[in-house]
Design a protein around this ligand. Structure first.
Ligand SMILES: Cc1cc2nc3c(=O)[nH]c(=O)nc-3n(C[C@H](O)[C@H](O)[C@H](O)COP(=O)(O)OP(=O)(O)OC[C@H]3O[C@@H](n4cnc5c(N)ncnc54)[C@H](O)[C@@H]3O)c2cc1C
Length: 406
């Protein structure tokens, strides 16, 4: 549970810490770091710009790269109870016909769990031990003297001294600018889409995607319901979810009850979450005034379903490696973390970008070629680089010890 806590209380609690850490952004990455450091005896200060966590959230399919963080936090059983195994993945043609169904869960089960969970449930799992946070608060400057806190309107509300400032404020990060990240490299697809919830229909362990001619429909189970994503080119979705869902219905021959219910859920949701399909990458994660992690460091397109899995991994790695650091060795440990983790996250992001080049295209001919390719390409091949990352998770303690020995 996130526990709303005054900033002064958080600052006081960490006064005597071996490392005084500030985490800006209480999302998936920020909470993973804060909770992991807390379990290691520190009292990181955690702030979030939002007044509180209140949006209905969305579905997240988590690769096994996240598992070790749950184990370390002692919440693996809670995670399994709050999520649902994703055993199968089905790819459908642009007219709705099932092209292939792969046993993705079985492929990944050698390495760990591959489960669907809602963002809200995931945050509850990560904060099971209780997680202090100060809402309505951000940081507009960091220098040698410390960090300057402001409220959401930019009015100053205090300062604090820290050994490490971590920017974990998501894909539209402002901490990139505050910490001096330099230029952001982004892929802008020109597509966006809505996220909605539907009642569970059909196989609860089956995720499905319909890559259409000028639209994309994805259905992903979480416990007891379905997360639905319906997207298209920005120029076409302007008419709104109901009109766009109706146009998709006309373009698909084999919708079936499950996809029909999913389209209906988007069409009738009064305020579906709109997701712009862009990504972002900064050239360096360790910066003179702090570090970036999660989507702030590398924000993902949805095509490989791995952004949160990699954000949790990078956050967990950082927290575990920091358990070996003191003020004197901090720079060495941070450099070692970036050297190991950034190439892994960027490899996953490149895999996601490669799939996006096939997906965010329109035209019947393109759709037909894509289906021929997908008929021949197994999920193992399409997600090859990501499966390799899952199989080769580094040992953070060994990486940190090695760096400190040099
Ligand atoms: C619809 C959707 C579906 C997705 N599906 C999947 C999936 O199936 N599998 C998967 O692995 N990934 C998925 N992702 C990606 C995944 O959600 C992100 O990669 C993950 O949330 C990144 O975590 P984060 O902590 O970096 O950012 P976020 O979780 O976005 O958290 C950022 C936090 O920072 C706060 N914040 C923002 N600005 C400031 C500021 N200036 N100051 C202070 N706080 C600030 C925000 O309020 C938020 O709490 C999906 C994303 C979306 C939108």
């Amino acid at each position: 549970m996130l526990i709303e806590t005054p900033l002064s209380t958080q600052l006081e609690a960490q006064r005597d810490d071996r490392l005084r850490v500030l985490v800006v952004g209480a999302g998936i990455a920020g909470i993973t770091i804060a909770q992991s450091l807390r379990r290691g005896g520190l009292h990181p200060v955690l702030v979030d710009r939002m007044p509180r966590m209140e949006h209905p959230g969305y579905m997240v399919a988590l690769m096994p790269t996240a598992d070790q963080a749950f184990v370390d936090l002692g919440v693996q059983e809670q995670y399994r109870a709050a999520s649902t195994p994703l055993e199968r993945y089905r790819f459908r043609s642009h007219r709705g016909r099932p092209v292939r169904t792969d046993a993705l869960g079985e492929l990944l089960s050698v390495y760990g769990d591959y489960n669907g969970i809602s963002r809200g449930e995931l945050i509850d799992v990560l904060t099971d031990a209780g997680c202090p946070v100060t809402y309505g608060t951000t940081v507009d400057g960091v220098d040698a003297k410390g960090a300057r806190f402001t409220d959401r309107d930019g009015s100053p509300i205090g300062e604090g001294s820290f050994d490490l400032v971590i920017g974990a404020d998501g894909i539209r990060s402002r901490m990139r600018g505050v910490l001096g990240a330099g230029d952001v490299e982004a892929v802008e697809t020109g597509w966006s889409g809505w996220v909605a919830w539907a009642d569970s229909v059909g196989d609860p362990a089956l995720g499905e995607e319909l890559w259409g001619d000028g639209f994309f429909l994805g259905v992903y189970p979480v416990k007891g319901r379905l997360g639905v994503f319906l997207g298209g080119p920005d120029a076409d979705i302007g008419a709104g979810p109901a009109a766009f869902a109706a146009s998709v219905r006309r373009r698909v021959d084999e919708l079936g009850p499950r996809l029909a219910a999913s389209l209906e859920a988007v069409a009738t949701d009064r305020d579906p979450y709109l997701w712009r399909l862009d990504d972002a990458r900064v050239p360096r994660w360790v910066l003179p005034r702090g570090v970036l992690v999660g989507d702030a460091a590398a924000g993902f397109l949805p095509t490989a379903g791995v952004g949160a899995g990699m954000a949790i991994e990078a956050a967990w790695m950082l927290a575990r490696m920091l358990s070996h650091a003191d003020r004197g060795s901090l720079a060495t440990v941070l450099a070692a973390w970036e050297a190991v983790e950034r190439p892994r996250v960027e490899a996953a992001q490149s895999n996601s970008r490669m799939l996006a080049r096939m997906m965010f295209r329109r035209g019947a001919a393109i759709a037909w070629i894509r289906e021929v390719v997908m008929r021949m390409l197994s999920v193992r091949a399409a997600l090859g680089p990501i499966v390799k990352l899952v199989a080769e998770l580094p040992d953070p303690d060994a990486v940190a010890r090695e760096a400190l020995r040099d």
